[in-house]
Design a protein around this ligand. Structure first.
Ligand code: NAD
Ligand code: MG
Length: 436
């Protein structure tokens, strides 16, 4: 990979100050001051612009037009949403999933009198969006490993990354973190728990951290009797008690695999072993996570349950942007009556146990964990397997997976494909399918 293009003042400052950055984006005070003095409009590429995080990011751009400018978008198959975003944001480039969708979008835009938006497609198109020279901040919010190559390319091109796509870090965390260090790139977590940890980490040095506590709502089945788990329907699992999100992450929250991925994500982002990343069930989703320091202090981050807030934090970092009542991002402490915390039950949530085991084993097992989960979640949503078929499928796939670490992104993608194939075989051989 080539050295990053230093195409703006912030990139140059980042390199000048790289020796002051303590750990993956956790700043020293001097770095903070330098960048604040030189802040300007940030030029954004949003990967996954039509999704839940993508739309929340655009909502922040709507609220702060003087700070954030939309330059490029990458979307999947929702062509109506992509078309509407082109009309509203007029990006320089947009990429969609396939050549056919790109042609459809081009025709619709031409009919609307718009011919000066470059329309690309596929992985190459997403990579182009992620590495445009005029973009200095990339929001990585494609779901699944579909976003991996573009996110990696953006890191190698020296872009600051707002990272929502946790699957990238689960599957290829070591490679992405190594590239971020090499290219002096800030990986700023948008996932609310990691965003909270990032904020709390500013209260001490990495050596002063005893452990990190990721909060989990416990999902809709926190109190469901285990005997009823195999009768859980996709409709029930898609009703998350506190967050409105895309389908996959909502099912992953119901199985707690989402928290398992987040354990691995935290290990990668904050250079911690799995034993130092703990999970606590916190049904109110008010405390977004906590960092416990060696002197016994625990710092927590509290805010509204709204992904626009971690997105704004990442976009603004290392500054903080003032919000008003109108933005509906302020938290009314007077409404806070109760904060509950309890230990997760790994019998109830075997996916969390499997994730901890994969985090310990490393190598290709986190890749297989993510790939098998994606296939199993799709099979559950299609009513081909029951709810508990999800962990059963993943466990069977993990037993077939080697702990050998991948040496490149292409090896990650090969291991991902192999695990998907294994997952399909396991699902086909399962006898306990659910009738449609
Ligand atoms: P979503 O399903 O709402 O949106 C996914 C986006 O990815 C869409 O724009 C879709 O068109 C795009 N996409 C899918 N496949 C693609 C492909 N092959 N090429 C290009 N684009 C493609 O998902 P989401 O809830 O916004 O989540 C996005 C990511 O952020 C996930 O990794 C998720 O785990 C993470 N995340 C989401 C939330 C949340 O609140 N939604 C919170 C934390 C982390
Ligand atoms: Mg999260």
């Amino acid at each position: 990979m080539t050295a990053p293009a230093l195409d703006n003042e912030q990139d140059r400052l980042k390199v000048q100050n790289s020796s002051q950055t303590r750990r993956n984006g956790v700043p020293s005070p001097r770095l903070h001051l330098r960048v604040c003095e030189n802040s300007s409009v940030k030029k954004l590429a949003i990967l996954g612009s039509t999704g839940s995080i993508g739309n929340s990011t655009l909502s922040i751009c709507e609220s702060f037009p003087d700070r954030y400018q939309v330059v490029a978008l990458a979307a999947g198959s929702n062509i109506d949403a992509a078309y509407a975003q082109c009309l509203r944001w007029h990006p320089k480039v947009i990429s969609v999933a396939t050549e056919q969708l790109a042609a459809t979008l081009k025709t619709r835009l031409k009919t609307a009198g718009i011919t000066n938006i470059e329309i690309l497609h596929g992985t190459a198109g997403t990579i182009h969006v992620a590495t445009l020279p005029e973009v200095n901040f990339v929001v990585s919010a494609i779901v699944g490993v579909a976003g991996l190559e573009a996110t990696y390319a953006a890191v190698c091109a020296g872009k600051t990354i707002g990272l929502a796509n946790k699957e990238c870090l689960v599957a290829a965390g070591e490679l992405i973190i190594a590239a971020a260090k090499k290219h002096n790139v800030d990986l700023l977590p948008i996932d609310s728990e990691h965003n909270a940890v990032h904020q709390c980490m500013r209260g001490g040095t990495p050596q002063e951290v005893k452990q990190v506590w990721l909060t989990a709502s416990g999902g809709p089945f926190r109190n469901t009797p285990i005997a009823d788990f195999d009768r859980i329907t996709p409709q029930q699992a898609l009703k998350h008690p506190t967050w409105v999100m895309g389908q996959r992450i909502t099912i992953d929250s119901a199985t707690m695999m989402n928290k398992g991925f987040e354990v691995i994500e935290a290990c990668r982002l904050f250079s911690l072993p799995p034993a130092q990343v703990r999970v606590t069930i916190h049904p109110q989703s008010t405390v977004h996570s906590l960092v416990e320091f060696i002197d016994g202090s625990i710092l927590a981050q509290i805010s509204v349950t709204d992904m626009r807030l971690p997105i704004l934090y990442a976009l603004a970092y290392p500054e903080r942007v003032p919000v008003t009542e109108k933005d509906a991002l302020t938290f009314d402490l007077a409404t806070l009556s109760q904060l509950d915390f309890s230990q997760p039950d790994l019998t109830r949530f075997p996916c969390l146990r499997l994730a901890y085991e994969a985090a310990e084993t490393g190598g290709r097992t986190p890749i297989a964990l993510n790939a098998a989960d994606e296939i199993a979640v799709a099979a559950f949503l299609a009513r081909d397997i029951p709810f508990l078929g999800i962990p059963r499928t993943i466990e069977a796939v993990l037993q077939r997976t080697s702990g050998q670490p991948p040496a490149s992104i292409s090896e990650v993608l090969e291991a991902d494909l192999a695990a998907r194939e294994d997952a399909r075989e396991v699902i086909a051989s399962q006898t306990t399918g659910v009738r449609k």
